[in-house]
Design a protein around this ligand. Structure first.
Ligand code: NAG
Ligand code: NAG
Ligand code: NAG
Ligand code: NAG
Ligand code: NAG
Ligand code: NAG
Ligand code: NAG
Ligand code: NAG
Length: 378
């Protein structure tokens, strides 16, 4: 659910989950009676069930939105997470072995719990099965540089499910690369030359990027000559028209709006469609030019279906939630200060939720990805 596109496939998905088990149990009882007739009925029933499930799954797969994953479990203002996280990628120290990361930034998660991570200081993108002891090199196999198989300081990655490819923000080369992550023998191709920091994609094939220096969030689709600005883009500043180095953002299609995590203004801005200025929804300044909430560099951002905002508070090394309209945040995880213990983070970057509502955090300063399980007792 990073950089998300809210969708409503949830109900249908949970329906499939509950439709097959009771029928399988019935089938087993029938078999035990051991008469031919029942066996035949049973076999036919199983075939019918398998066909129905297969068709339903196929329909859902073709209908599914591209990015991101929306939890089936409803995440709302009352949801809590276990404070002890587990490390699902990387170790506590940096390195260039495949078991380590070095300054990871943005990431994405596939439905089968595979992470794709922009391993910035190793100039590569790795694929990492959640909990695996090491990752696999997906892009940047020829090291740092600007050739097709090279990257320089990649900052984010997004899975394009419709086109079965991976899109990489190769920030140091100011280009966007497309990689076929199902066939690594194919050379990556540059699809757009543009500076970018984080990246997402919607169901209509629009790619959204943040551009830190101009402070703009832009949108582009293959075939267009250049991206169009949809928020900010007027250079640095701290009024309602400007951003200061916005890195992460979140596109909300329910409301045709973009939430911009305005890093060095320590605030989150919301831009409605076609707006010429933003609305401060979290943090920012009061009329005396003082910061009104103690956020210190806002990073990764997700907005849930109840419009609660989750944001990585980088220099305070914690993840915060702001319920809609609230100026006061709640600590979601890592309230114990900076560190590398299981209940701590060090300079978190990107965040996302999986389908079960578990929270994943790129714990950049600890060179690892942490997973915090959702609390079931609510
Ligand atoms: C959260 O809990 C409060 C108090 O129990 C309740 O009034 C409120 O409706 C809950 N909110 C949601 C979104 O479930
Ligand atoms: C990862 O490991 C934890 C225990 O450390 C376990 O609870 C969890 O189910 C595992 N997840 C996956 C996807 O293997
Ligand atoms: C990007 O720039 C490079 C080098 O200038 C050029 O070779 C390439 O064709 C450009 N790619 C696109 C998609 O515009
Ligand atoms: C969209 O956002 C605007 C501004 O925050 C708000 O007034 C409006 O109610 C929102 N609409 C929906 C459908 O959430
Ligand atoms: C936004 O601008 C586009 C093109 O200028 C226009 O077609 C659309 O109606 C506008 N939408 C809103 C909500 O103002
Ligand atoms: C602005 O914020 C500062 C720091 O929190 C506070 O001391 C001051 O009273 C606030 N001023 C106004 C006008 O709200
Ligand atoms: C923000 O974090 C930086 C770097 O850790 C620190 O120097 C600064 O004092 C912090 N600012 C506030 C207002 O806490
Ligand atoms: C990271 O370090 C903490 C203590 O600082 C330790 O509890 C944890 O097990 C370590 N994790 C790994 C993956 O080495």
């Amino acid at each position: 659910m990073t950089k998300t596109d809210k969708n409503t496939d949830n109900v249908q998905l949970s329906d499939i989950g509950s439709s097959s088990p009771p029928k399988t149990t019935t089938a087993k009882l029938q078999v035990q009676r051991n008469t031919r007739k029942y066996i035949i009925i049973c076999v036919i029933a199983v075939i019918v069930i398998i066909t129905v499930v297969a068709i339903t799954v196929a329909v859902l797969l073709t209908k599914r939105k591209t990015k991101p994953i929306i939890p089936i479990v409803e995440v709302n203002g009352n949801t809590t997470w276990r404070q002890h996280g587990i490390t699902v990628a990387g170790e506590n120290k940096s390195g260039n072995e495949l078991s380590k990361l070095n300054g990871p930034r943005g990431f994405d998660l596939d439905d089968d719990l595979t992470l794709y991570i922009a391993d910035e200081l190793n100039h590569r993108v790795v694929r990492w099965k959640v909990n695996a002891s090491k990752g696999e090199l997906i892009a940047g196999k020829d090291g740092k540089g600007n050739k097709a198989n090279q990257l320089e300081s990649p900052t984010d990655v997004v899975i394009d499910k419709q086109k079965h490819s991976l899109i990489i923000c190769d920030a140091g080369n100011s280009r966007i690369l497309k990689v076929n992550h199902h066939n690594l023998a194919q050379e990556p191709t540059a699809i757009l030359n543009t500076s970018c920091f984080s990246i997402m994609i919607d169901n209509n094939g629009y790619i959204y990027i943040s551009e830190t220096f101009s402070g703009g969030i832009k949108r582009w689709k293959e075939g267009q000559s250049h991206p169009e600005v949809i928020a900010g883009g007027n250079g640095p500043g701290n009024d309602l028209y400007h951003h200061m180095f916005p890195m992460y953002f979140f596109v909300d299609h329910n409301n045709d709006s973009v939430y911009v995590s305005d890093a060095y203004n320590n605030r989150v801005m919301k831009w409605l469609k076609n707006a010429t200025k933003g609305i401060v929804v979290v943090g920012g300044y009061n009329n005396t030019n003082n910061l009104i909430y103690q956020l210190n560099v806002t990073n990764g951002i997700v907005v849930d279906n109840s419009n609660n905002i989750y944001v990585a508070d980088r220099e305070n090394s914690r993840i915060m939630r702001f319920t809609e309209g609230s100026k006061v945040g709640q600590i979601v995880v890592s309230g114990k200060g900076v560190g590398s213990m299981v209940n701590q983070l060090k300079n978190p970057e990107d965040i996302l939720f999986d389908r079960d509502g578990n929270l994943y955090v790129v714990d950049c300063g600890n060179h690892r990805v942490q997973k915090f399980f959702i609390d079931k007792k609510r």
